[in-house]
Design a binder for this molecule. Structure first.
Ligand SMILES: C[S@@+](CC[C@H](N)C(=O)[O-])C[C@H]1O[C@@H](n2cnc3c(N)ncnc32)[C@H](O)[C@@H]1O
Length: 201
């Protein structure tokens, strides 16, 4: 699909169950606040939802099978901008047992068991790894595809090499290290500029 966007957060610390204390997303949730903000910021605009966009979270569970959850902008409704209600939606989705293929688990939400390499290979091309030290995003000819960000501690070196091997671009949105949701907001804004400029040509 032309203009399709996917944002992938690699979450190495967040809990991947429905047993989430909504009053303590940063602590007991393993920085689930980062996950909730990322999903809401990726999909929501001022008064609407980005229908061309999916927010994907990869929950790395170490020795256990890892899980991915995605929310599809074209299918989800009623998503609210606050962390707590978004976290509650995500927790509900995580309550269904994930299978090795994507399963609908809630309106606009799907989960599956998957490893990071498979997940990245299946998301829309081109893949862009977001990294403080990358090339300036606005200088790259990218207006769609998959944008990969790390959680509060970033990708591990193994994850970084795996994503970098698949990525066409390594892009920076600025000289300061930002949070995943802030990066998603800036990337969406830059892509909006490029998409609207292209449409006007
Ligand atoms: C809070 S940062 C992680 C910081 C972590 N200490 C590190 O070194 O990766 C979260 C993620 O957002 C992305 N990010 C943060 N600032 C960025 C920037 N200025 N340009 C591009 N990506 C950025 C990176 O993917 C990073 O892993």
């Amino acid at each position: 699909v032309a203009g399709e966007r996917a944002f992938l957060l690699v979450a190495n610390h967040a809990v991947a169950t429905d047993d989430i204390d909504l009053a303590d997303l940063p602590g007991a949730g393993g920085r689930f606040d980062v996950v909730a903000r990322f999903v809401a910021r990726t999909l929501l605009t001022s008064h609407g939802i980005r229908e061309d966009t999916q927010a994907v979270v990869y929950f790395d569970r170490g020795d256990e099978e890892s899980v991915a959850l995605r929310m599809l902008g074209e299918e989800v409704s009623g998503l609210r901008p606050d962390e707590r209600s978004t976290a509650a939606r995500l927790a509900k989705a995580l309550g269904s047992t994930p299978m090795p293929v994507w399963q609908d688990v809630d309106e606009g939400a799907q989960t599956r068991v998957v490893d990071l390499e498979t997940l990245v290979a299946e998301l829309p091309d081109p893949v862009t790894l977001l990294d403080e030290a990358g090339d300036r995003l606005e200088t790259l000819d990218v207006s769609s595809g998959t944008f990969v960000v790390g959680d509060h501690e970033g990708l591990t070196s193994d994850q970084r090499s795996l994503v970098a091997d698949r990525a066409l671009y390594v892009a920076s949105v600025g000289p300061v290290s930002l949070q995943a949701d802030q990066v998603a907001t800036i990337v969406n804004n830059e892509l909006d500029r490029q998409t609207i400029a292209q449409a006007g040509r």
